[in-house]
Write a new protein. Structure first.
Length: 155
């Protein structure tokens, strides 16, 4: 049921403003029906009821604001975490890429030197070189100049 309060200047109130519309309830007291002492007691009850309603309304607003601020904090924390994660991921990716590039370069150099010194390499030798660690490749590169055979280099 629409009331007069649901309209602004004869037009319906936009949905976005409805949450800010006060919800007021009134306690009507016919003061002529009560004695002075009874009215004092009713005034106190009315004041208590008003304070209770105000407390309820304020606590709801505080919960709403807390929720909004918590969401904003979570969003900011998530954005910072993502940014840090991306930076760390990029750094680690670059570092791993450089290491892999060095390994590939060392393997390529070893293959060229072994081919020049001992002739065409077998599939087994190529597979061992391709799957070797950087440390192992460096050891093999050191042996290339002094070894008498391919087996002496790769053993």
């Amino acid at each position: 049921m629409e009331t007069k309060a649901d309209f602004i200047g004869g037009r319906p109130m936009p949905e976005g403003l409805r949450c800010y519309q006060p919800d007021l309830k009134y306690l009507l007291i016919d003061e002529n029906r009560y004695t002075h002492q009874e009215l004092e007691r009713l005034d106190n009850l009315t004041a208590i009821q008003d304070l209770t309603e105000m407390h309820t309304m304020l606590s709801e607003r505080v919960k709403e604001w807390s929720h909004l601020h918590r969401q904003a904090g979570l969003k900011e924390g998530l954005e910072q975490g993502l940014e840090q994660g991306i930076e760390q991921g990029l750094e680690r990716g670059i570092e791993q890429g450089l290491e892999r590039g060095i390994e590939l370069g060392e393997a390529r150099t070893l293959k060229r030197l072994l081919t020049k010194r001992f002739g065409e390499l077998s599939a087994d030798a190529l597979q061992r070189i391709d799957s070797a660690t950087l440390v192992q490749l460096e050891v093999w590169l050191d042996r290339v100049l002094d070894a008498d055979s391919l087996a002496a280099v790769l053993d």
